[in-house]
Design a protein around this ligand. Structure first.
Ligand SMILES: C=C(O[C@@H]1C=C(C(=O)O)C=C[C@H]1O)C(=O)O
Length: 199
């Protein structure tokens, strides 16, 4: 638990969720194909202390500062993913000039359309309430409806997560996505467009 693993099998996800955890290409693009209305709900974007299990991935010492972005990805009004992105504070302008101007546009719309951006391998984890990102994800959700068994709230809450490192020139950017239970209820509504071939 709370350990990042190379292979999704070690996370023991249900089949309906597993296909989301391993889906290649843009998560935004895939979610758009599963709902009528897709929204990025910006929770926070600003300076932050780097989380202990993220520092080495982005080449920072443990106490480094990052620029952090937190969002909920929402399908037809239902939050289905909590996502957090961190970039070392000193290299935004040089390597990720679009980052500060995203607002409620999806980060994926920038990452997957810049041929200079390389995407690393996915890592997987089942996060418990001891992980700060799970606590932030739960805090960002509306209170569960009475008797709603799908809500991940409660001390035993655990969420499947994945993270991916992106590189642009010498810059590093780490995207972490926590998958909320409601995502398993999404049904495909449109054919999922394949990623455009990179020139
Ligand atoms: C990386 C992507 O961008 C998504 C959108 C994000 C945002 O807008 O902050 C963050 C993580 C992703 O789930 C993607 O669509 O694959």
């Amino acid at each position: 638990m709370n350990r990042w693993l190379r292979h999704v099998a070690a996370a023991h996800a249900a089949p309906a969720l597993r296909e989301w955890l391993v889906s290649p290409g843009s998560l935004t693009r895939r979610l758009r194909a599963h709902c009528e209305r897709f929204d990025v709900r910006l929770l926070r974007q600003g300076a932050a202390a780097c989380l202990p299990d993220q520092a080495s991935a982005i080449g920072l010492a443990g106490t480094g500062r990052v620029l952090e972005r937190e969002v909920l990805l929402v399908c037809d009004g239902i939050p289905v993913v909590y996502a957090q992105t961190v970039v070392p504070a000193g290299c935004i302008r040089a390597h990720w000039p679009f980052f500060n101007a995203l607002g409620s546009r999806s980060l994926g719309s920038a990452l997957f359309h810049d041929p200079r951006i390389e995407r690393g391998a996915l890592q997987h984890a089942r996060l418990s309430g001891r992980h700060p990102l799970l606590r932030r994800a739960l805090a960002a959700l509306p209170p569960p409806a009475p008797g709603d068994l799908h809500e991940p709230h409660g001390p035993a809450a655990m969420l499947h997560a994945r993270r991916c490192l992106y590189r642009r020139r010498r810059g590093l950017l780490l995207v972490t996505e926590l998958f909320l239970p409601a995502i398993a209820q999404l049904m495909p509504r449109r054919r999922i467009p394949t990623e455009p071939d990179r020139q």
